[in-house]
Design a protein around this ligand. Structure first.
Ligand SMILES: Cc1ncc(COP(=O)(O)O)c(C=O)c1O
Length: 385
């Protein structure tokens, strides 16, 4: 008998993760691969975090914690808002999550009902759309391009037909790395406040910027949900730990959802993450490495035909137009992996309509990786004129 399968389970794949799987399989078969596909630091967590994790294993039973996280970490995150943004945040508004991915599930469930409409930029991080889809929430596409720095704006929101319940913004963004300057973010926050639209601000790449100043959406509204994570600047992807700053009216709903869905974020990761705020020197050295990687690519790619690149103000991505090669990005990436041993993410993951002309290049690896990648790409381009 054929049993029922839910429609919500039919979400598209997160293609980057599929590419990572193929790249790993290629490596396991004995071929060298330069990994430019996944957006994760090549570095381990900072040394202070590793020491704190070791200490915590001896000192605590590491059982469940409160669903919203241990008090010490919530307090420490609140202090981070003071030191990084010069902004006072009540620790009671901080909720520790299982990565920002867990934060999205909680935020979307708490803020929206099935059938609600949430706007987001295309290209954008694919999991926003796919999580919304799994929850029965409509993702309303805002097609952006180089002329709007791939970011939404009030003018673009005005073109949307029908009401909106939410807006997701990310600055710096994935896959483009572009940022909203503080005035542009303030304008979006005002637009949302005036129209009763819930703003979700993904601030996961704060700390990794090359140009311009980042500001938290908290500076402009207390009704937004702020999503953040220890994955990127703090170099702790696999520890699955992040946080959100929630508005007062969503605190209790999010706590109840978190209790039931996750019980608590990982205990060991919470104790370890406490130490990461004292590891600034090591973390800033990572950012300097990303800056050098970015320069290696910005210097090397144009000569190989990738001369239309998003500005990459922050994060560790370059979104590159590959239309001149005459291959759809899925095929381009598959061939590059097979023939050059370079893994990149096809643009279709980030923009279903126009992504066939783009790839996303992650430069979170080592300087040598970037040099290797440019050299391999140059050979491949020479072989495929
Ligand atoms: C924009 C953005 N938000 C959220 C995430 C998810 O990160 P995590 O769940 O590790 O915190 C990513 C990961 O690549 C991302 O690029």
């Amino acid at each position: 008998m054929v049993l029922k399968r839910s429609a919500r389970g039919g979400v598209p794949p997160f293609i980057v993760m599929d590419v990572m799987r193929s790249a790993n399989a290629r490596e396991a078969a004995g071929h060298a691969v330069v990994h430019l596909e996944v957006g994760q630091p090549a570095t381990a967590a900072p040394r202070g975090v590793l020491k704190a994790a070791n200490r915590a294993m001896g000192a605590f039973p590491l059982g469940y914690t409160e669903a919203i996280g241990i008090q010490a970490l919530r307090q420490r995150i609140a202090e981070h808002y003071q030191s990084f943004y010069n902004r006072a945040v009540d620790p009671d508004r901080i909720i520790v999550t299982t990565g920002s991915s867990g934060g999205f599930v909680l935020a979307f469930l708490a803020a929206f009902d099935a059938g609600d409409r949430v706007a987001l930029a295309d290209p954008g991080y694919p999991a926003y759309r796919n999580i919304l889809l799994a929850l029965g929430i409509d993702a309303v596409s805002l097609p952006t391009g180089a002329e709007t720095r791939f970011q939404p704006s009030p003018a673009l929101l005005d073109t949307v037909k029908g009401p909106l319940d939410g807006l997701i913004v990310a600055s710096p963004a994935n896959p483009t790395g572009t940022m909203l300057d503080p005035d542009a973010l303030a304008a979006l926050a005002d637009y949302c406040c005036d129209r009763g639209i819930r703003l979700i601000s993904d601030e996961i790449y704060h700390g990794i910027t090359y140009d311009g100043r980042v500001e938290t959406a908290l500076a402009f509204t207390d009704q937004a949900v702020i999503i953040n994570s220890f994955s990127k600047y703090f170099s702790m992807t696999g520890w699955r730990i992040g946080w959100m700053v929630a508005p007062d009216d969503l605190l209790r709903p999010i706590e109840c959802l978190a209790q039931n869905l996750f019980i608590s974020p990982p205990s060991l990761s919470q104790h370890a993450a406490l130490a990461t705020f004292d590891c600034g020197a090591e973390l800033d050295a990572n950012v300097r490495r990303y800056a050098r990687n970015r320069q290696i690519l910005l210097d090397g790619l144009p000569a190989l035909g990738m001369d239309r690149l998003a500005p990459a103000d922050g994060a560790f991505y370059i979104y590159a137009d590959i239309s001149r090669y005459g291959l759809d990005s899925d095929l381009f990436c598959a061939r590059l992996l097979d023939e050059a041993g370079v893994a990149m993410a096809p643009g279709r993951d980030f923009d279903q309509a126009r992504g066939g002309d783009f790839v996303r290049i992650s430069f979170a690896g080592s300087n040598e990786d970037m040099e290797q990648a440019v050299a391999r790409l140059a050979r491949w381009v020479a072989d495929n004129p």
